[in-house]
Design a protein around this ligand. Structure first.
Ligand code: SF4
Length: 237
């Protein structure tokens, strides 16, 4: 299992629970604002899933988050790790994904290994190549499938967008929320220029909390539960 980090205790990564977070290496997108892109290239360790499990201090954890990178690029290791967590601890598991691999997520959900799915919807789908260097039409179809699967299997699904004012506007948010309107929660996240790996993004303006709240109100026309995550904390609208 290729990983580039473990956080023993986080209060931010699993809503309303203290969690431990494992960051799996590798990604099939190249988002200019990614915080982890360089770190996962430089500091990746290959450790069997059972050893990863043993290295996490779960003393205060009420959940596990598997993040990345894109965890579904290592389907066997991801599945084995989730099986170990469920067998040994029976803790809720949240999976963070960029939505590029429906089949792996579907198999995990059908095996009752995932309790919370968080899917990045980076931007309006015609802008995907510019922002993530990936095919937006594929993600549009995948996100719809993932929402259907989660509804059917009773798994909580969050869709979330990191809002970059110089790349997006409210029309993008409308496009996204019309597509993801069946999700349980839609979250708008504040773009963080300082930790972006591409220089172009480090020069871009970050949105204010007020801007995000205004966009969040637009999103609420389609989705009942909307949250705004900024450096100042989380606001549920
Ligand atoms: S999908 Fe996530 S991990 Fe991959 S490049 Fe984009 S922000 Fe980084």
């Amino acid at each position: 299992m290729k990983i580039f980090g473990i956080i023993d205790l986080s209060t931010l990564d699993y809503p309303k629970r203290c969690s431990s977070v494992v960051f799996m290496s590798g990604c099939n997108m190249r988002c200019g604002y990614c915080h982890n892109y360089l770190q996962m290239k430089r500091n990746t360790y290959n450790i069997p899933p059972c050893q990863v499990y043993k290295r996490i201090d779960l003393t205060f954890s009420e959940a596990i988050v598997v993040s990345g990178g894109e965890p579904t690029l290592q389907p066997q290791a991801l599945t084995e790790f989730c099986r170990i967590v469920k067998r040994e601890e029976n803790l809720p598991i949240k999976l963070d994904t960029n939505g590029s691999n429906v089949d792996t997520v579907k198999r995990l959900i059908e095996e009752d290994l995932i309790d919370y799915l968080a899917v990045d919807v980076k931007c309006a789908f015609d802008k995907y190549w510019d922002i993530a260097q990936y095919h937006g039409s594929k993600i549009e179809a995948n996100v719809k499938k993932l929402i259907k699967i989660c509804k059917r299997e009773n798994v909580f699904i969050e869709c979330r967008t990191t809002y970059i004012p110089e790349k997006m506007d409210k029309r993008d948010i409308y496009t996204i929320v019309k597509t993801v309107k069946g999700c349980n929660l839609y979250a708008l996240q504040q773009f963080d220029s300082e930790h972006s790996w591409k220089e172009e993004y480090r020069k871009m303006r970050e949105p204010t909390l007020e801007e995000l709240v205004e966009l969040g109100r637009l999103a609420r026309e389609y989705i009942p539960n909307v949250a705004v995550r900024s450096k100042e904390g989380i606001v549920y609208l």
